[in-house]
Ligand binder design. Structure first.
Ligand code: ATP
Ligand code: MG
Length: 254
């Protein structure tokens, strides 16, 4: 894929303006200055994204914000297909990437854009960085991936839950165990799911870390307690959504 000279910013990269398409976007859906805000919570499998999103959502709703959640592979159109492809193990690298991209395109058009237009806070459980990380470790060309995701909207905030693989393994074993895809078993590191999980997640964490500066991740230390992480999230989101504290009314004179 080549860039034409009048469209140097075709793909997803850190120069994207929050609330606008990274690249050429969806041509038939031009964005206007929509009032909603897009907040992405990124992080690897089992790191604690859903836990944080649920708490953040409750807090925002109490404050009076309308909130919707959107999550990776949850599009009505694509979820059954992705589940089928995963269970029948018929995905190759390219179809894996394109199925994810279709899922995201469907949610962007049907959920995210309408919600931003209506003034909602959209909490996204994973964002395109998950796709970039998973495809990146499978050897898909990084620039090609960024070009593919030129139709994505640059979020207003991206929080990245950062963890080390040892803590992650403890957390995953305590909660729900390791599954085939989260262990990267398709990459054929070996037959042992534990070893494969560790090797694969290590590579994913490195891939996420390499995107931090480029996409302006606000990195949170996910090894801390649920409450401490949530406090930090609420602090940063609060400052962003309500940047100026209302100045007290001046006392009446006389
Ligand atoms: N900061 C934390 N410290 C300890 N345990 C945590 C923390 N955050 C979440 N957990 C626990 O880890 C498990 C996974 O959390 P959660 O489901 O929120 O992760 P997730 O990132 O959404 O996972 P998935 O990738 O499966 O969607 C849960 O049992 C949760 O209670
Ligand atoms: Mg989850």
């Amino acid at each position: 894929m080549t860039s034409s000279s009048d469209a140097p910013n075709e793909g997803a990269n850190g120069n994207g303006h929050a609330g606008r398409y990274y690249g050429q976007g969806i041509p038939y859906l031009p964005l206007d200055q929509y009032p909603g805000k897009l907040i992405a919570i990124e992080g690897t499998d089992g790191v604690g994204r859903s836990t944080q999103i649920q708490l953040l959502r409750e807090w925002l709703e109490v404050k009076g914000y309308g909130v919707i959640e959107t999550g990776w592979t949850r599009s009505e159109l694509m979820q059954p297909t992705i589940e089928l492809a995963k269970s029948s193990n018929t995905l190759n690298k390219l179809t894996f990437v394109l199925l994810y991209a279709t899922d995201f395109a469907d949610r962007l058009e049907k959920e995210i854009i309408p919600a931003l237009k209506a003034g909602f806070v959209v909490l996204s459980d994973r964002y395109i960085f998950t796709a970039l990380a998973r495809a990146g470790v499978r050897g898909v060309d990084r620039q090609w991936l960024r070009n593919l995701y030129g139709f994505a909207i640059a979020p207003h905030m991206v929080f990245y839950l950062n963890i080390d693989v040892k803590t992650l393994i403890g957390r995953v074993l305590e909660s729900r165990g390791m599954d085939y895809w989260e262990s990267g078993m398709d990459l054929k590191h070996g037959d042992d799911i534990y070893d494969s999980f560790r090797a694969y997640q290590q590579r994913l964490l490195k891939e996420y870390a390499s995107m931090g500066d480029e996409f302006h991740f606000r990195t949170l230390d996910a090894r801390r307690s649920i409450d401490r992480i949530q406090d930090e999230l609420r602090k940063q989101v609060g400052i962003f959504l309500e940047p100026v504290e209302k100045a007290p009314e001046p006392a009446p004179k006389g």
